[in-house]
Write a protein that binds this ligand. Structure first.
Ligand code: ZN
Length: 482
């Protein structure tokens, strides 16, 4: 196959985490029995009037700030007309010419052919619209049923410039967008529930071409893996067509996850096919500078800034920093722990080791940890200051994971607290030496190797009383005095 340059643009749809829908007061929560979360407004009854959800508008703006966008202080809604049974009004309220956000940029980090790379993906726009319902096809009875629970759930569409040129870049972009939305607190980013999905536009061009090739669009890809596979297949399919002297047709294609192939669905529509016109029932959105500043100021520290802080202020490796920042809950937990015990590296090691291990085993969930950051930090500190041995710290952590509780109390109850009681240590060492006269005599006659044996006996007898370091010191002193 000749070498072509793939040109990829994405439209990422993300459902916003508002309590109610975007134009009515129905619950926007996922689930519920069919058609239990709809009303005359979201089921498109004639004569009903939509009222915009202010929180949805603010969330869209938060997403815009999270992606470095400019916010249009003046923004309007439009009707996008098309008929499909999952959209009972036969039009979708969306935004065409004056969307809420324009001109953003999302930096991505990804690995390709074993090399770490970075790139900036430009955002053309982010607009607010409503989601459609869901069709349930009952092949057995030959009917299709419509469930309008998702109809009217607020959705933002994040449209990129065609800045990506591989599946790896597109996957990294969607992952980064999901992370940014998670930090902005506007989307739960559960791809399996459809709260994030992407339309992917792919075309290819020869290195000598001055214009983009004809693109094909694949709609509603709902996993990172499917996005990557669909893009790889499409690059391959279009390359083969051009190699054979054929043309790529502008069309919408369906990605078949089982076969890993895309299939023609319909010829690709253009904006004018939708007969957009201004939505007469929704007021225009006007923001003051103060309102926008307040929304911007309410955003938490974002992932890239956190990664940078963890590396430069805390001395963490980039890899460790990215693992922590990869989840806002985890990163917040880490920050709270470091506030309680100012040893970021040690806290990070315990999180990325023991904590992640128990999470990966499915024993605990990050969203519902049975202990708080202060208790966790206390345990890490106890292990660092040898109040408990490193091994016992793992046992204590296991109990905290099962039942919660204070690490010091658990350690005391289990007899694992190391008190470094010198008086008790000396008495026990005396007993051990008396019981091992032969070894002691060997040591005194110059056989240094036997020290390890004697030390081992003392450590065993003094477990939980003294640290190995303290035992060694006392033992050496004692042996020297004999
Ligand atoms: Zn409703």
């Amino acid at each position: 196959m000749s070498s072509y340059i793939p040109v990829i643009g994405l439209e990422v749809h993300a459902e916003l985490l508002t309590k109610s829908k975007v134009f009515c007061t129905c619950s926007a929560e996922f689930g519920g029995s069919q058609n239990s979360r709809c009303c005359p407004v979201c089921s498109g009854m004639p004569g009903t009037l939509p009222v915009i959800n202010q929180t949805a508008v603010e969330y869209a703006v938060r997403a815009g700030f999270a992606m470095g966008s400019d916010i249009n202080k003046f923004s309007v809604f439009d009707r996008k007309n098309y008929f499909y049974p999952d959209l009972p009004k036969a039009y979708q309220i969306s935004q065409l010419n004056l969307p809420l956000c324009i001109n953003g940029s999302v930096p991505i980090e990804y690995e390709e052919d074993g090399v770490k790379k970075t790139k900036n993906i430009r955002i053309n726009r982010i607009h607010l619209e409503e989601d459609a319902g869901k069709l349930v096809h009952d092949d057995l009875n030959g009917v299709s049923l419509a469930d309008y629970n998702r109809c009217g759930v607020p959705l933002i569409e994040i449209v990129t410039e065609p800045d990506m040129s591989s599946a790896a870049e597109a996957k990294a972009f969607v992952e980064k967008v999901a992370l940014l939305l998670q930090y902005a607190g506007v989307c739960d980013c559960r791809m399996e529930q459809g709260s994030i999905r992407a339309d992917v536009n792919v075309s290819i061009m020869k290195p000598t071409d001055t214009e983009y090739g004809t693109r094909a669009e694949m709609k509603n890809l709902n996993s990172i893996k499917a996005i990557g596979r669909a893009i790889d297949f499409e690059i391959y399919r279009q390359g083969k067509l051009l190699d054979m002297g054929k043309k790529v047709v502008q069309e919408t294609r369906r990605f078949d996850d089982n076969r890993g192939e895309t299939k023609a669905m319909r010829s690709k529509e253009n904006a004018h096919d939708y007969r957009y016109f201004p939505e007469p029932d929704i007021l225009q959105v006007n923001f003051t500078d103060e309102q926008l500043d307040a929304i911007k100021a309410s955003l938490p520290e974002m992932p890239d800034a956190r990664t940078e802080r963890y590396i430069s202020s805390f001395g963490l490796s980039e890899n460790d920093a990215r693992i922590l920042v990869g989840s806002k809950i985890l990163s917040d937990f880490f920050d709270d722990s470091v506030k309680a015990y100012d040893n970021p590296r040690s806290v990070c090691n315990f999180i990325n080791g023991e904590l992640m291990r128990r999470i990966n085993l499915g024993e605990i969930a990050l969203e519902a940890l049975p202990f708080d950051a202060q208790q966790f930090a206390k345990l890490v500190q106890m292990a660092d200051t040898e109040k408990v041995s490193k091994n016992d710290a793992k046992d204590i952590f296991r109990e905290m994971s099962e039942k919660g509780g204070d690490p010091e109390e658990i350690a005391r109850a289990k007899g694992l607290l190391i008190t470094n009681d010198t008086g008790k240590a000396l008495a026990v060492i005396d007993e051990v030496l008396a019981a091992n006269e032969k070894a002691v005599a060997q040591y005194k006659s110059g056989d240094a190797k036997v020290f390890g044996f004697i030390m081992g006996q003392c450590t065993k007898a003094l477990k939980g009383v003294c640290t190995p370091k303290a035992i060694k010191e006392e033992l050496e002193k004692k042996l020297a005095s004999l």
